[in-house]
Design a protein around this ligand. Structure first.
Ligand code: FES
Length: 178
């Protein structure tokens, strides 16, 4: 498989389920894939399921590498909000380093809410089959059995307030984000 084939496969793998979400009426947003050896940068259209904006925290209250939990878009879906200390895809705040993800493994639902590794800015390893996800690159899978990125919570800010405004990807175990 040459680099062109790898790139096509990667884009396809990252967009398959998001394209499904598009069919259920979601909006799209552009994300940038970077830092993949031999592939360069590539813009792809991610599909965002939009929900009512909900205030989930304050920038000034976050401590670097100390994730905090919140629920969104429904009360039974727990996510983590974390200030990485390094710019990240989809990050908000003055350093674009505040991100949020659903921490349920996209492979078979392994729980990773407490699996943040500050040294590498990753979530994992998943306790079931050791998948790990890069929180600086939209939750992209970097090792293990999963084939889908972690669902990323779309964040917005207004002054010091942080709002959740949508979900990029599908939370494990659901056939839609609604
Ligand atoms: S459930 Fe996480 S790697 Fe299988």
């Amino acid at each position: 498989m040459d680099n062109t084939d790898k790139k096509d496969c990667l884009i396809s793998c990252l967009t398959t389920r998001r394209q499904f979400l598009f069919l259920s009426g979601a909006a799209t947003a552009t994300i940038m894939l970077t830092g993949i050896p031999g592939l360069g940068a590539k813009e792809v259209q991610a599909v965002v399921s939009k929900y009512p904006r909900v205030k989930i925290g304050k920038l000034s209250a976050l401590k670097q590498d100390m994730p905090v939990a919140f629920t969104y878009p429904t009360k039974d879906i727990r996510n983590i909000l974390v200030k990485l200390g390094t710019p990240a895809g989809g990050g908000v705040g003055s350093n674009n380093d505040v991100v949020a993800f659903n921490p349920v493994c996209t492979h078979m639902g392994g729980p990773m809410e407490t699996a943040y590794k500050a040294e590498y800015k990753i979530l994992g390893q998943c306790p079931f089959h050791q998948s790990t996800f890069d929180l600086t690159r939209h939750g992209m899978i970097i090792s293990g059995h999963a084939t889908e990125s972690l669902p990323q919570i779309l964040l917005e800010t207004e002054g010091d307030d942080i709002y959740a405004a949508g979900v990029i990807g599908l939370v494990f175990g659901r056939n839609s984000n609604v």
